[in-house]
Design a protein. Structure first.
Length: 309
């Protein structure tokens, strides 16, 4: 087992029309639940660390926890930086042992994004690390990512092809209608599949990434609300849309909100039914199991990556 890059994973995913889950991690229980699910399903796995996770747990703790999970499970794992905001944080993560980094220059102009991404690509590739970039802006709020709906823009297919050619980036996160957070759609869910098809036709060998792609499973929303939560009307990306997207080079699907909902729903349920309990192991253990079950569902039903390792 080893920390690996996503290069061969994505090549297999493109050729067989499935996607790989990239799950955000913040603590031990989340990592354990995800890794146990991937091991049972014999699925390739990407664990990713956001800006919020770095602030909360410190990178060194997360790296060591991922290494422990890898040793315990025998799995090869991609350790990925999610939404790196500048060259410095990408460089630090490369130097700290991450095998994949994302430079998010989507807030900059097209040319500035190219320049920044190329700088990260040159450094990361010199160390054997792969790079993901973003073109277009996703609406929504998650960790340090906050984009108003009016500022969100879909990815231009021609620009995407030019961007990949000029930067040499290994994978590209695109905007086709997904968004960060638990409230992805106000009305009927809709993704721009025509745009996605055009992008994949122009770049048939480039792995594409969907951010903001949690399905916001209704059972967890209902459980949260039943036991004191206040997240009415939360709505995610329908599972069938994600399966369809995997046919057009979507090789990496980011999942964070669903992890939060599964853990929070389980803990709220436990607190309500066992009000005298104060041993963290008694409510974090079931929360870990809830994450495992949810991730197994994603791998088998949504991603199609079961037994693809």
């Amino acid at each position: 087992m080893a920390l690996i890059t996503s290069k061969q994973m994505f090549e297999k995913a493109i050729s067989s029309n499935y996607a790989i889950g990239a799950f955000n991690v913040n603590n031990m229980e989340i990592i354990q639940g995800i890794v146990e699910a991937a091991k049972e399903e014999n699925s390739p796995l990407i664990l990713q660390v956001s800006a919020g996770a770095r602030k909360y747990a410190k990178p060194i703790y997360l790296v060591k926890l991922v290494e422990a999970a890898m040793d315990d499970s025998g799995l090869d794992i991609v350790l990925h930086l999610d939404h790196g905001e500048d060259f410095e944080i990408c460089k630090k993560c490369v130097d700290d042992g991450f095998t994949s980094v994302m430079i998010d220059g989507s807030k900059h102009s097209f040319n500035e994004n190219i320049e920044l991404t190329k700088r990260v690509v040159d450094y990361a590739h010199s160390k054997g690390v792969v790079v993901e970039a973003e073109l277009g802006k996703l609406a929504g709020v998650e960790d340090d990512v906050n984009v108003n709906a009016k500022d969100a823009t879909y990815t231009d297919p021609d620009q995407a092809a030019e961007f990949v050619e000029k930067t040499g980036v290994d994978s590209l996160a695109i905007a086709i209608g997904t968004s960060h957070g638990a409230y992805k759609f106000k009305g009927e869910p809709k993704l721009d599949f025509q745009r996605l098809k055009k992008i994949s036709e122009l770049m048939p060998d480039t792995p594409l990434v969907l951010h903001g792609a949690s399905t916001v499973l209704p059972q967890f929303v209902e459980m949260c609300n039943k036991y004191g939560g206040k997240i009415p009307g939360a709505q995610g990306v329908p599972e069938e849309m994600l399966r369809e997207a995997a046919k057009y080079n979507i090789c990496k699907i980011n999942i964070d909100t669903d992890l939060r909902l599964a853990m929070t729903a389980s803990i709220r349920n436990n607190f309500a039914e066992n009000p005298s309990e104060f041993d963290p192991r008694k409510y974090l253990g079931p929360a870990r199991s809830a994450i495992k079950e949810m991730v197994q569902h994603k791998i088998k039903t949504v991603l199609g990556s079961s037994h693809k390792r």
